[in-house]
Design a protein around this ligand. Structure first.
Ligand SMILES: Nc1nc2c(ncn2[C@@H]2O[C@H](COP(=O)(O)OP(=O)(O)OP(=O)(O)O)[C@@H](O)[C@H]2O)c(=O)[nH]1
Length: 452
């Protein structure tokens, strides 16, 4: 059960991040999404988060001696003392609503826009993290990617700190980023992922669910879009980049084929394969074991799902990477031919509706993120990405303590050799840690000796 689910919090949290090259429409996407939200609070009454509201005082935030975050000193930003760090106010914007409606500017500092919304009768605290676009030399881009990774890991550290508390805060917020919507440039010289995209996606994909989108869908024809989508998926597969999967791609293909006249029972009998909700890569493992491999202890088998849910998942899977179109900059109220208000873009030849699924995939993506796959994104974030991070961190610490222990031993032997009486005795905890290194292998074994 996820951390967020264990907490008695009726309001669900969803934290999404946008990333990608500069000028592709990330901020415009946030603004378009904002226009579709049903806000629970007036813009003035929007909730705040540590990194935004306490930024001025956050420079004093301290960590414990071992570099961990102490629960009392939480901010959602790892770069508290940097005016350019993630979590700072961008472009002097005062608040989230202002960010989503004010003058569109280049994003120079990352910004967390916070909204209390209602979606399908559910209350959600939504955080949309806008990041500056990748631009510059490989070194600059890699450094920028480092910053984003540090931000993602910092959110995991916040959970780690909370979980170590004897008495946990039932109102602690879930700060983990549940998905990174990654913008791919459709105007690059060669269709598909650029070398920089590949480097960035490989790295970000170790810490967060990746949802790829093709920006500025209005500038592509149908045939161009199709070619581009195929090229992106091929580049991703060739480079072992795992995007979030709504359904195992093979099953999605089968389902869609079946919708077009195949055997209606086919996917039920063939779908006893593990779904990728256990984390990226698991689907591959399942495939290695045979396409129809069964997993008895997996509650989430695809064939347990309602056929309608399967169909929706197959549809979403077939849309990856999603094409998005953002509304026009000034947010002018546009109307379609029937006089209905729409969020769109106006051209000499007509009006384009961002939420019309004939025009782009934004509405499908929106409902997947905010509604149908919200919980799944959160579960994978906690159950896979956070667990992986926690294990890595504990292993690293165990290793460094083991090295320290060995050094102590050597020192002691050296002193004994030299006839010194002041030998160094390994502390109880060091011994304990050495034992734990030997028993590493399961999360429980790793966690044991370190729990405070
Ligand atoms: N035609 C078209 N233009 C778009 C679309 N989305 C955004 N734009 C335009 O692209 C320009 C850049 O948009 P931004 O939203 O600022 O892009 P960004 O990715 O946030 O850029 P950085 O802040 O530099 O990272 C603006 O002029 C937008 O109006 C789109 O879907 N179609």
């Amino acid at each position: 059960m996820s951390y967020s689910m264990r907490r008695k919090n009726v309001v669900s949290e969803l934290n999404l991040m946008v990333a990608g090259n500069s000028g592709l429409g990330k901020t415009s996407f946030i603004r378009t999404l904002y226009g579709t939200l049903k806000l629970r609070t007036s813009p003035g009454g929007l909730r705040s988060k540590a990194s935004v509201s306490n930024f001025g005082s956050a420079a004093t935030t301290s960590t414990s001696g071992n570099g961990d975050i102490t629960p009392e000193n939480r901010s959602t930003s790892p770069n508290n003392n940097s005016q350019n760090g993630i979590g700072t106010k961008a472009n002097g914007t005062k608040d989230s609503a202002g960010y989503a409606t004010g003058k569109l500017q280049r994003t120079l500092n990352s910004f967390e826009a916070l909204f209390e919304i209602e979606e399908g009768h559910e209350k959600i605290n939504l955080t949309l993290v806008d990041t500056p676009g990748f631009v510059g030399s490989d070194e600059v881009i890699d450094a920028h990617c480092d910053e984003i990774l540090a931000y993602l890991e910092y959110q995991f550290d916040l959970t780690l700190a909370e979980e170590r508390k004897v008495r946990r805060n039932p109102k602690a917020t879930d700060n983990q980023i549940h998905a990174c919507i990654y913008f791919i440039d459709q105007a690059s010289h060669r269709p598909g992922l650029s070398d920089a995209d590949i480097r960035i996606l490989k790295r970000l994909g170790t810490r967060v669910n990746l949802i790829p989108v093709i920006a500025r869908g209005d500038t592509l024809t149908r045939a161009q879009t199709k070619r581009l989508k195929q090229a992106i998926l091929k580049d991703a597969a060739d480079n072992q980049i795992q995007f979030f999967q709504f359904l195992s791609p093979k099953l999605a293909k089968r389902l869609l084929a079946q919708q077009h006249g195949g055997d209606p029972d086919q996917y039920h009998s063939n779908s006893r394969r593990r779904h990728s909700r256990n984390g990226p890569g698991d689907d591959e493992e399942a495939e290695e074991g045979g396409e129809d491999e069964e997993s008895d202890d997996d509650d989430d088998d695809e064939d347990d799902w309602d056929p309608e849910v399967l169909e929706e998942k197959a549809q979403l899977q077939s849309l990856i990477p999603f094409t998005v179109i953002a509304q026009e900059e000034d947010g002018t109220d546009l109307r379609d031919e029937k006089g209905r208000r729409i969020q769109g873009r106006e051209f000499p030849w007509g009006v384009l509706d961002c939420l019309n699924s004939q025009h782009c995939d934004l509405s499908g993506l929106r409902s997947a993120l905010l509604s149908s796959h919200r919980q799944e994104l959160k579960e994978i974030t906690y159950g896979y990405f956070y667990e992986k991070y926690r294990t890595e961190k504990l292993l690293a610490r165990t290793k460094s303590q083991h090295i320290a222990y060995q050094q102590q031993q050597q020192l002691q032997q050296q002193r004994q050799k030299n006839g010194s009486t002041g030998g160094v005795t390994p502390t109880g905890s060091t011994l304990k840690n050495k034992e734990s290194l030997l028993s590493v292998g399961s999360a429980a074994a790793i966690a044991g000796p370190w729990e405070e």
